[in-house]
Structures are given as structure tokens and as C-alpha cells.
Write a protein that binds this ligand. Structure first.
Ligand code: PRP
Ligand code: MG
Length: 212
């Protein structure tokens, strides 16, 4: 039987908690540091360590069967992808923020402004709903620096503790969405792998119950 292929974030905030939940499910991964692929010892599973932003496409293409990923990434790049279970960790929000010194009363204040973000689809969706338009600058990291270097008037990024906003003299003005880690499923998953997924989901659900 082919093992189920799971994508896990290669490095970053999700990586550690993702491996921990698998471990709590009794699934240990032989984890060579620089290995991009690893097998589970006691469960029919193969782990692929991938970049967050690439995971929705890998799911769509069936390169992986399932993935542990943030809802924020699915909202941005994988709205078509099914979620099998919410995992309760890596909670954050995707928010718009402005320099503290700038007055803000409502979303219309952003009309015509320059917004730096790694989440262009999410921002556009939000602005379209509000009927306003802005000039989006797509950056892949350190987004919060943009207003300070004159690149943008506002930013949209993930907020977790709020410390990055604070350090960059920014204030959160709109919350676009709340997010947590989820188990996402490829539309191309095979029947045998669906069976393995059901076992995994059963284990995850009991781990989550025990954590409450
Ligand atoms: C993430 C995110 C925010 C920050 C939010 O950045 O892009 O900048 O964390 O967390 P906080 O509210 O707890 O400060 P990360 O540090 O992962 O780096 P990057 O943006 O350069 O990828
Ligand atoms: Mg950042």
C-alpha cells in the first residue's frame, strides 16, 4: 500500500507544532535536519517539507495527499481546497495596519493608498467588498518595514502576538480574517489514502480532545 503523503511547513512557526501533533498521534518521523522527505516509522505516512506558499498547488496537483497549513494560506491561494479538521494551533489573524501617527476612522480612509502585503488576494477580496481600491505592493517578508521606508502607506500581514506591529510603530486597524492550522486534503487523494486519512483524523481528534 502506498503511504499517505503529507506536506508540512519546512521552517517557520507551523513546523514544530505540526510535528508535535503527529508525535502526539503516535507517529514519529525520522527527522534528518536537511532532509526534504522523511518516512514515518510506525504509520503509513511520508512527510514532505515544503514552503508554505507552495502547498496549495501541491495539494491541487495531487503531489501530496494532505497538508498541515494555515487557513490564511488557504484563503489566499487555496479557496478550492477541502479542510478535514481544524487543529487549534498557530492561531493568528490577517490584519491591515497603519503608522500609529496616522488617523484612521473607517475603511474608506484606505482608498487610493499604497498597501504592502504578502496576501494580495485576501486584501483585494476585502477592499472589493468595501468598494474601495488601493495600490498593492507585493512583498514576501518583513512587510512591516514598508511604511517606515516610504514604500507604502499601510500594510496587511499576519498578526500573532502583535510585537512586530509594535516594534514598527504600526497599529492594527482592520482584521480581515482569523486563522489557525488545519489539515487540508488534495482533491486527487486516492481511495487507500482516504482510508489512512480517516485513521489519522480519528487520532488527531482524540489528541485534540485530550488537549482541551
Ligand atoms: C510573521 C508575520 C508577521 C509576524 C507576526 O513574520 O509576517 O510579521 O510574524 O507575529 P507577531 O504578531 O507575533 O509579531 P515572520 O517573523 O515569520 O517573518 P517574515 O515576515 O519575514 O516571513
Ligand atoms: Mg513578518
Amino acid at each position: 500500500m502506498e503511504p499517505i503523503k503529507i506536506a508540512i511547513q519546512k521552517s517557520g512557526r507551523l513546523n514544530e507544532d505540526s510535528l508535535r501533533i503527529l508525535k502526539d498521534c503516535g507517529i514519529s518521523i525520522d527527522n534528518g535536519r536537511d532532509q526534504l522527505k522523511a518516512a514515518a516509522r510506525d504509520f503509513p505516512m511520508e512527510v514532505l517539507y515544503l514552503r508554505n506558499g507552495d502547498i496549495p498547488q501541491y495539494l491541487r496537483d495531487g503531489v501530496v495527499d494532505i497538508a498541515i497549513i494555515g487557513e490564511n494560506v488557504l484563503f489566499e491561494k487555496g479557496k478550492d481546497i477541502r479542510v478535514s479538521v481544524r487543529l487549534g494551533f498557530s492561531k493568528c489573524r490577517v490584519s491591515l495596519a497603519l503608522p500609529k501617527s496616522v488617523d484612521y476612522s473607517e475603511i474608506g480612509d484606505l482608498d487610493g493608498k499604497r498597501i504592502a502585503t504578502s496576501y494580495p488576494n485576501t486584501v483585494r477580496h476585502f477592499l472589493d467588498k468595501a468598494g474601495i481600491s488601493a495600490d498593492l505592493h507585493i512583498i514576501n517578508g518583513s512587510v512591516e518595514i514598508a511604511p517606515n521606508i516610504g514604500l507604502a502607506d499601510a500594510i496587511c500581514d499576519i498578526v500573532s502576538s502583535g510585537s512586530t506591529l509594535f516594534k514598527n510603530n504600526l497599529k492594527e486597524v482592520e482584521v480581515l480574517l482569523q486563522s489557525e492550522a488545519v489539515l487540508a486534503v488534495s482533491p486527487k487523494i486516492g481511495e487507500e489514502q482516504e482510508g489512512i486519512l480517516r485513521q489519522l483524523q480519528f487520532r488527531i481528534e482524540s489528541v485534540l480532545r485530550a488537549r482541551q
